[in-house]
Design a protein around this ligand. Sequence first.
Ligand code: FAD
Ligand code: 2HG
Ligand code: ZN
Length: 463
Amino acid sequence: MSDGKAQSAAAPFDADLEEQLGSIVGDSHLLVDPDVVASYESDWTGRFRARARCVVRPGSTAQVAAVVGACRAAEVAVCVQGGNTGLVGGSVPVPGSVVLSTLRLDEIEPIDEVAGQVTVGAGRTLASLQQVVRPAGFDVGVDFAARESCTVGGMASTNAGGERVLRYGTMRAQVVGVEAVMPDGSVVTRLAGLPKDNTGYDLVSLLSGAEGTLGVITRLRLRLVPWFVARAVALVAVEGVSEAVELVRAARQLPSLEAAELFFPAGLDLVCRHAGVNPPFAAAHPAYVLLECADRDDPSDDLLAALEAAGDIVSDATVATDARGRHALWAYRESHTESINAEGIPVKLDVAVPLAALPEAVAKLPTAIEAVAPRARLILFGHVNEGNLHVNVLDALDDDEAVTEAVLKLVASYGGSISAEHGVGRAKREWLSLSRSTEEIAVMRSIKSALDPAGLLNPGVLL
Ligand code: FAD
Ligand code: 2HG
Ligand code: ZN
């Protein structure tokens, strides 16, 4: 089953499989009605879509193992889906496959306050985990706008980044243990969360960022970080990307700095239009940086002093410390994705370049895109400290491949990454060699075929 697409379509339809799946998960958790299945068949942006055979929603690790076993025996591919907020098509099925939804795997164990860790079901959403850990003085180190829907299993599988990477790292840095069902149906459990444990290959890290191609994560042990209630957010207008990078370089001296985000007038206009909010400043500016500091005590004096010290770099600024004001400033940044989708389905690329190259890369992107899609509209934003740009190109779906190639080749020319945080999925599989050597891809293929020789899990994703 090396190409799941061909296999799933070619495999003889075996109605017994549905019967078996129904008896494993209970008939109410086997979805076969095309109208109900439809919502599992396309991604958040509407860019990727395929007809699944059915959706199965196991409620325990044992049920996941039984589902994987039944699909393996029937030679039908399994596509793993969490909150379905992924942006590279990794969570949509291949035609004729079984969608395994993890949403019922949402149990949470009591917080281990001594270790500062928690064990949680892979299907629990980030927001519902935040609601449990914050009252106990803890927080999850990764946060981003899809929090109400994305699951911790999906976050681990994509090694999600988001808005706090500069302080706490990506999702892989939060995952200290996993339980997973492997393609052969066996269950690997490594949930002790020992900070020191050098007993061989790091299977926990391997499954993080594997995009569901090596195993179905059923439970995770996550390290927790302190929940800082005292917060200050500054939205700063600057003259351009060089100034944005300079500002962030200075702000990084603040130990309480948690986020440094970047956006531009084109994105801000869309947000104001679609979210129905007024612009933050009387005049438009070439670029905007959002900084957030969080600490035990009010960090606003430190943040204001940093802005003062930045001098002429700051063209204008507005600061909020109360929850309402902070959310209003964050909305200018976090509403980008929804506002873009309200305009149409974008060609969406998530890339990173070395920070020193960010101003030049941003300057070259419009020309590179215009050369292949003259009528396209470019909306750029991102996580500035990591040189992570979200390149959204509207009115360019007909030139999807050409735009993708132009952007990814430009990024590769700077030694950048063609996927900073969303993963490779189905969207960027063909361009993997721009960021990974032939030898690295060969090693990845060896790992995949050692663990999943039949190509059962997420065929067509990543490799
Ligand atoms: P899904 O979309 O369901 O799946 C994603 C991938 O993980 C698929 O390949 C799937 O097969 C696999 N998978 C899911 N669960 C499991 C499991 N239990 N075991 C094995 N494989 C599994 N991403 C960022 O990194 N940073 C951001 O700032 C960010 N912001 C976003 C904002 C918005 C508005 C939206 C819509 C998305 C954003 N994303 C961001 C992308 C997305 O939310 C993340 O990739 C998230 O981690 C996906 O979680 P999910 O549960 O929705 O996974
Ligand atoms: C973000 O940072 C997400 O808001 C989504 O990663 C990026 O929509 C996008 O392109
Ligand atoms: Zn992002």
